[in-house]
Design a protein around this ligand. Structure first.
Ligand code: BTN
Length: 259
């Protein structure tokens, strides 16, 4: 079970900053409500989410005790439009924390999917709101499939840590993830995405791959992944030249024989 005292001690956090709840709707939503109510909690984890949220309005499968569902509050001076790379930075911190705890290689699929061997292991969801003082209040949510054995997973190619490792200590993983997130977000705050871009590129699973960019209401864009720019935009080589993509969803084109 997740234990807030163990996690706080391992991550060097003061009392009251971190909270573990048995069940919430969504850790992102719950933490936002706590912050609005002026509570000191900055990091919130739950054993279960009844309405876990994924990107693009999807639901995030959150079976009780089988995953890591964590949200962290941060405040930035930049306006929301300059914080697009925040979720890439969070994904990088999560991939690195997982690798420190479990012997797996975690790739990143733009903008912030965590993958092992092309299957989704986790993801990040960042909610941004402008605060009263003009700062941007961010809630950074990370979901990781830890042990889904015997369960029906999401309806896309997915994996969990248990498929690649023995017993996983979720408390240690959570503590390491919290420390890694704080470190990388601090770096991002000081120097922007450029400070971590090279490490992100080292995990880019779309690099050199044929892909299709899907944007609602627009024609799909075919191209080949060519990395990310200093602001976290996806660089795509197309027949019409290089394009920088700042939003949308990318799917990898699977080439069938002879195409
Ligand atoms: C994605 O679609 O890949 C993003 C998934 C993010 C899920 C996490 S779980 C903790 C936090 N609370 C939520 O409701 N969502 C995020």
């Amino acid at each position: 079970m997740l234990d807030e005292h163990r996690i706080a001690a391992a991550a060097g956090l003061a009392n009251g900053v971190i909270r573990v709840e048995a069940a919430v709707d969504s850790t992102n939503s719950r933490l936002a409500r706590c912050r609005e109510a002026g509570e000191p909690v900055r990091i919130l984890l739950a054993e279960h989410q009844s309405a876990g949220r994924g990107r693009h309005g999807r639901r995030w499968l959150s079976p009780p005790g089988r995953g890591l569902y964590l949200s962290m509050a941060w405040s930035f001076q930049q306006p929301p439009r300059e914080l697009g790379a925040l979720s890439l930075t969070a994904g990088l911190a999560a991939a690195e924390a997982i690798e420190r705890q479990v012997a797996v290689r975690v790739g990143l699929k733009w903008p912030n999917d965590l993958q092992i061997d092309g299957r989704k292991l986790g993801g990040c969801l960042v909610d941004l709101a402008t605060g009263r003082n003009g700062a941007t209040n961010a809630i950074i949510g990370i979901g990781i499939n830890v042990d889904f054995r015997g369960l029906d997973g999401p309806d896309q190619p997915w994996t969990d840590l248990a498929a690649h490792a023995g017993r996983i200590d979720r408390n240690r993983l959570a503590a390491d993830l919290i420390q890694g997130l704080d470190r990388e977000l601090d770096r991002f705050n000081q120097a922007g995405f450029a400070a971590v871009a090279e490490r992100w590129r080292g995990r880019d699973v779309l690099f050199g791959r044929d892909l299709v960019l899907i944007k609602p209401g627009q024609a799909n864009l075919d191209g080949r992944g060519a990395g990310v720019d200093a602001h976290g935009g996806l660089v795509v080589e197309t027949d019409q030249g290089r394009r920088i993509v700042r939003s949308g969803e990318v799917s990898q084109r699977i080439r069938t024989h002879g195409t």
